[in-house]
Write a protein that binds this ligand. Structure first.
Ligand code: IPE
Ligand code: IPE
Ligand code: MG
Length: 254
């Protein structure tokens, strides 16, 4: 059933090029079963593997996953350190497989706050997969949308201060080139699991014209079929980018 569905989806020629997912609901998933929150994060890793597989099968160019926000440091210290350990373990365990599958891994966010050991692991993983030409998998870690826009502005202001560009060169295009996703196609679709309808400081700039999909499913329960269904509804949406419906139809016929 799902193979046929995938073939149809690909034939629609209207799949998102770049998908972002706010993988929320791990803690509640575990607590509902009387387990510790960290068990939810561990169960969530299986769903990450599956989301990567589906994205590869559908030839999606880029998948960006929110793993740890700049605000998540405020959580209890033991949860933060377990998340860091999990991140380290997953990188150790999964990078060879990603590499075999031609996936290019990028970590986006301010990684300078991570331990030296984790930073080295990240650098090695990125380096190993840097020439891969398949899916670009971006893991957002210590990422915040406000931070991203701020760091882009800082880079541009430094260029102004050095006299390399002028203030009028700080355009939307210039900011685009300096935010963390400059290596990626525009963000077409943002999904949040876990039942809340908010962006929680994820890709603020990038989501300006993305389709947003909020699902009540907790991340560890987010299966392949739901992911495919969301892509199917994406394929049917008319994206107008400020134009009228008639203009959009005319541009498709051209
Ligand atoms: C998302 O799940 C994962 C991270 C933020 C690291 P949560 O841990 O936020 O799970 P809930 O929202 O508390 O259920
Ligand atoms: C967003 O989830 C961050 C990640 C999924 C990594 P949160 O659980 O941190 O978001 P809030 O606190 O409910 O807004
Ligand atoms: Mg949450």
């Amino acid at each position: 059933m799902s193979d046929q569905f995938k073939t149809q989806l690909m034939a629609s020629n209207n799949l998102p090029r770049h998908i972002a997912i706010i993988m929320d609901g791990n803690g509640r998933w575990a607590q509902r079963q009387g387990k510790r929150r960290v068990m939810g994060h561990k169960a969530g890793v299986d769903r990450v593997r599956e989301a990567v597989k589906v994205s590869r099968e559908l030839n999606i160019e880029s998948l960006t996953l929110f793993a740890f926000s700049s605000e998540n440091w405020q959580r209890p210290a033991d949860e933060v350190s377990l998340l860091m350990e999990l991140f380290f373990t997953v990188l150790s365990r999964e990078v060879s497989k990603l590499h075999r599958n031609n996936v290019k891994l990028k970590i986006i966010g301010d990684i300078s706050r991570f331990s030296e050991k984790l930073q080295q692991k990240i650098a090695k993983a990125e380096d190993k997969t840097k020439d891969n030409t398949g899916l670009v998998l971006n893991v957002a870690a210590n990422y915040g949308g406000r931070w991203d826009i701020t760091q882009a502005c800082q880079q541009l202001s430094a260029q102004v201060a050095r006299g390399e560009i002028s203030v009028s060169d700080i355009t939307e295009q210039a900011i685009e080139k300096h935010i963390c996703t400059s290596h990626l196609p525009p963000l077409d679709l943002m999904i949040r699991t876990g039942g809340d309808c908010r962006i929680s400081n994820f890709l603020l700039w990038q989501a300006a014209y993305s389709e947003l999909h909020f699902s009540d499913t907790l991340w560890p329960d987010f299966g392949e079929q739901e992911f495919l269904d969301i892509m199917a509804s994406f394929a049917n949406v008319e994206r107008r980018f400020g134009c009228t419906s008639e203009q959009v139809s005319a541009s498709i016929k051209e």
